[in-house]
Design a binder for this molecule. Structure first.
Ligand SMILES: Cc1cc2nc3c(=O)[nH]c(=O)nc-3n(C[C@H](O)[C@H](O)[C@H](O)COP(=O)(O)OP(=O)(O)OC[C@H]3O[C@@H](n4cnc5c(N)ncnc54)[C@H](O)[C@@H]3O)c2cc1C
Length: 454
């Protein structure tokens, strides 16, 4: 009997390197991605017909983007690539994939999950007003469509993406009203030794900040978001500055975010055990450095297994593919394995520095005002979740979800989940890891009711 081809979910940096490694070993993996084109988030390709140079689209990362795209294009005859295909469920060796309105089953024996990450947000009063976007959403509008989300945009939150997206907007001619970081400047100064390990990546960050300053853009650290205001759409952002003064800044859009969360629902459905990661303050699928999980035949790679950035995603994708080859009893280059693992360890030390410089502000999430909508799909406020948490007294977040409907809507808690867990832990006065995590449920992303099954 011929062996089933390995399956890779995700055609970002991790999935592409995994595909190239498996193809080089003579296997013809199935590569599934819900996006119409390969590249993932950072190296997202614009729709066909959009002619913009690599330099314009990817800046300092143009050469890396081109290399990765060319690698993937060169695999066309060696892999079974299925774009525009969403994996919405997965169990017992079978994936359910939605494409062109029809759901098909794909059986697998070995699978590499490389689904990347999403924005990590903390709701604040007014965040559901039209004109409020995530940082990633604002960047996608620019990268994929050449559109700005507003003519006068406030960028707010923390993390490297805050400065990067603001810089990209400014460079593209978009109006940047302000760049407001919730992390105090002193925390960044303390994190400097760790950041210096980042070499070129750190230097790029300094460049973005310097260019924003040179344009005279308002920049501040240690701020606290108070509210987005506006009648029908956002027209101002109100915040408290580091000195405690209340400030209002006029704007027609806000882009906000606090780093990234790993997309872990498929790993959950594959029954990989999870463990709390105190550095990233989130539950992550258990895996070794090679991407092997405790579930035989299931590997994880890239930001979907823990946020480490695009370079690490490429290395981890290749390493996971080599682990798959090893486990199939096929040849894997031992020297290359060593090199990859060394590089991954080096990046993870820099990552610790980044997390210290831009920590996820757990205290901000814990104090979301009672009347603020936390779960926008189901219209559940932070106060309602707190009340459910007290009613069930000591239960985990999945029980609070059942009582309050928080996280039960279209997005399956992908948006509110991280903050909901913190609100709940604070309400029960227990450490975050004790509040538990919202279990992944199919469909992991919305699918049409009228889907046909083939
Ligand atoms: C919105 C956003 C913007 C970012 N911008 C930058 C940036 O400008 N610079 C930077 O350095 N880093 C950026 N990052 C981080 C960077 O994207 C990652 O570090 C890097 O892309 C990780 O590579 P990956 O292969 O793990 O995942 P990704 O590049 O995210 O690729 C994952 C792929 O999996 C696919 N996928 C996910 N779930 C499913 C599913 N259920 N079914 C089918 N396909 C699925 C996605 O469509 C995607 O193509 C960004 C992250 C996000 C979320």
């Amino acid at each position: 009997m011929t062996e089933r081809p390995p399956v890779i979910v995700g055609a970002g940096p991790a999935g592409i390197r995994a595909a190239a490694t498996l193809a080089a070993a003579g296997l013809a993996p199935i590569v599934i991605d819900e996006a119409p084109r390969s590249g993932g988030q950072i190296y997202r390709r614009p729709p066909h017909g959009f002619a913009r140079s690599y330099r314009t689209l990817y800046g300092f990362d143009a050469a890396k983007a081109r290399r990765l795209h060319e690698t993937f294009d060169g695999l066309a005859r060696k892999i079974d690539y299925r774009p525009d295909t969403l994996v919405w469920d997965l169990r017992d060796g079978v994936m359910h994939c939605l494409s062109a309105g029809a759901s098909r089953e794909v059986a697998y024996r070995d699978i590499i999950l490389a689904p990347g990450a999403r924005d990590r947000i903390i709701p604040f009063p007014g965040w559901t007003l039209p004109g409020v976007y995530t940082l990633g959403g604002a960047q996608i509008a620019l990268k994929a469509q050449g559109c700005a989300v507003g003519a006068r945009v406030v960028f707010m939150g923390t993390g490297p993406l805050l400065y990067l997206v603001a810089y990209q907007y400014a460079k593209a001619g978009g109006g940047v009203a302000a760049v407001l970081d919730t992390t105090p400047f002193a925390a960044k100064r303390r994190a400097l030794p760790g950041l210096l390990r980042g070499g070129r990546t750190f230097a790029k960050g300094l460049w973005y900040v310097a260019r924003l300053r040179a344009r005279g853009i308002v920049m501040a650290s240690g701020i606290k978001a108070i509210a987005a205001q506006g009648e029908g759409a956002v027209s101002a952002f109100v915040y408290q500055d580091a000195a405690g003064s209340r400030k209002t800044i006029a704007c027609d859009a806000i882009a906000f975010g606090y780093g990234l969360s790993s997309e872990t629902q498929l790993a959950d459905l594959a029954e990989i055990p999870f463990a709390f990661d105190s550095l990233q303050q989130q539950f992550l699928p258990q895996r070794d450095i090679a991407g092997r999980t405790p579930v035989r035949g299931v590997y994880v790679a890239g930001d979907g297994s823990g946020i480490a950035g695009a370079d690490a995603a490429e290395l981890a994708g290749e390493r996971a593919a080599l682990a798959l080859l090893e486990d199939r009893g096929l040849a894997a280059d031992g020297a290359r394995v060593q090199t990859l693992e060394r590089a991954l360890r080096r990046i993870s030390r820099f990552r610790a520095g980044l997390e210290a410089a831009f920590p996820f502000p757990v205290d901000v999430a814990a104090k979301i005002p009672d009347e603020t909508v936390l779960c926008r799909c189901e219209g559940v406020t932070a106060g309602e979740l707190r009340q459910s948490a007290r009613d069930i007294d000591g239960g985990d977040i999945n029980r609070a979800k059942a009582f309050s409907r928080c996280g039960m809507g279209r997005c399956q808690a992908r948006t509110c989940g991280p903050s909901a867990a913190i609100v709940m832990a604070a309400a029960l006065n227990v450490p975050l890891e004790r509040a538990g995590r919202l279990r992944g449920q199919p469909p992991v992303k919305p699918i049409p009711l009228a889907v046909s099954h083939e």
